[in-house]
Write a protein that binds this ligand. Structure first.
Ligand SMILES: *Cc1c(COP(=O)(O)O)cnc(C)c1O
Length: 356
């Protein structure tokens, strides 16, 4: 960060931005990467690249963060909410096909807790109906589906480097991934306020100007430098998170076997990037009790998403379908503390409290 500051070039698309983008392209085989100021920005760029028209439908899980849906809604699309699976909160690929109409244009799988959706099934449906797939990989850095990096499978993908994610760009940050060659040029233009500035700097055109829609999606070099330092340490960060995650899993397994709650589900096709450790309790009352008990002992466990289809903003636009699995996770899921500085002793103490 000192280097970024004292180099005297703080605005976007400098040395550290390029280094981070190249790192992701090389390590995960992403076709083209562009750093953004947030995961939300990256999703908004994805939505713009999909060229949606009013009435076009986009399928989004209801159990997700607001931005997954909002990015597409802002482009004038209609959001059709999908239910989660019984086994984990990810979009249920088996009920996906029933949601498709002649107006469907995009499917947005969210890899909840960094655990892959069943991408073969989702990509097969997309191919059959000629749809685009945008992976919301906000939580899914360094995670895989059948050996393929998450973010490399859909036509487009978005990552987040918010401070709550595994790696951060100094509080806020994101990454757009373009895997489909058709979108590469337009992505750069949208990123640079609708101009062909990136081509100009590469010497491909002799002047630059306004050529399309866009916005200012670039992060500052200070954020990119912060992210670069995290990328240099990603293997250490990931292995430390995994040790904490495994400790929770081993300690809490006996209680799960007694039916007190269920532990995070990692299907055979998925890896664990230790983004989150969650429990699913049998009822809202059981969850409320556990959260209150932990809080009394100064452990700040938290619930997670409220179903977007029944949110204040969307409930009157939703088509009325019940999404029971999604509501169950909204009522019953608890996230336990998991962050880089957490100590094994802390995890042990939290597990003692849960047992008690
Ligand atoms: C964090 C997150 C986002 C938004 O990322 P920001 O960087 O906070 O804008 C979007 N989708 C999901 C699933 C997330 O977890």
């Amino acid at each position: 960060m000192y280097e970024a500051v004292f180099a005297g070039k703080l605005s976007g698309n400098g040395k550290f931005t390029k280094a981070c983008q190249a790192w992701f392209e090389q390590r995960y085989g992403f076709r083209k990467c562009l750093l953004t100021s947030s995961g939300t920005d990256a999703l908004e760029m994805c939505a713009m690249l999909c060229s949606l028209k009013p009435g076009d439908e986009v399928i989004v899980p209801s159990y997700t963060f607001v931005s997954t849906a909002l990015a597409f809604l802002r482009e004038g699309a209609t959001v059709v909410f999908a239910d989660s699976m019984k086994r984990n909160p990810n979009l249920d690929a088996e009920t996906l096909e029933a949601l498709i109409t002649p107006r469907t244009k995009v499917i947005v799988p969210v890899h909840y807790a960094g655990v892959a959706c069943d991408m073969d099934a989702i990509m097969a449906v997309a191919k059959k109906y000629n749809l685009l797939v945008v992976e919301d990989a906000a939580q899914a850095v360094d995670s895989y589906y059948k050996g393929r990096p998450l973010g490399s499978i859909g036509h487009l993908a978005a990552f987040s480097f918010h401070e709550t994610k595994n790696i951060t760009a100094g509080g806020e940050g994101g990454l757009l991934v373009v895997n489909d060659e058709r979108f590469v040029r337009r992505a750069e233009i949208i990123w640079e306020k609708g101009t062909n500035r990136a081509e100009f700097f590469r010497g491909e055109v002799n002047k630059y100007g306004w050529v399309d829609m866009g916005s200012s999606f670039l992060p500052s070099e200070v954020n990119a430098a912060f992210l670069w330092a995290q990328l240099e340490n990603i293997d250490d960060i990931q292995s430390k998170r995994k040790v904490l995650w495994e400790t929770y899993y081993k300690r809490l397994k006996p209680l799960a076997e007694q039916g007190r709650f269920t532990l995070p589900d990692i299907p055979k096709y998925a890896t664990n990037n230790a983004h989150m450790f969650y429990l699913v309790l049998p009822s809202l009352e059981a969850r409320t009790g556990l959260l209150a008990y932990l809080k009394e002992h100064e452990v700040y466990a938290v619930f997670h998403y409220l179903s977007l289809h029944s949110s204040e903003y969307y409930k009157n636009r939703h088509d009325g379908r019940a999404l029971p699995e999604c509501d169950r996770y909204a009522d019953c899921l608890v996230r336990l503390p998991l962050f880089y500085d957490l100590k094994i002793e802390d995890v042990e103490r939290i597990c003692d409290l849960i047992e008690a």
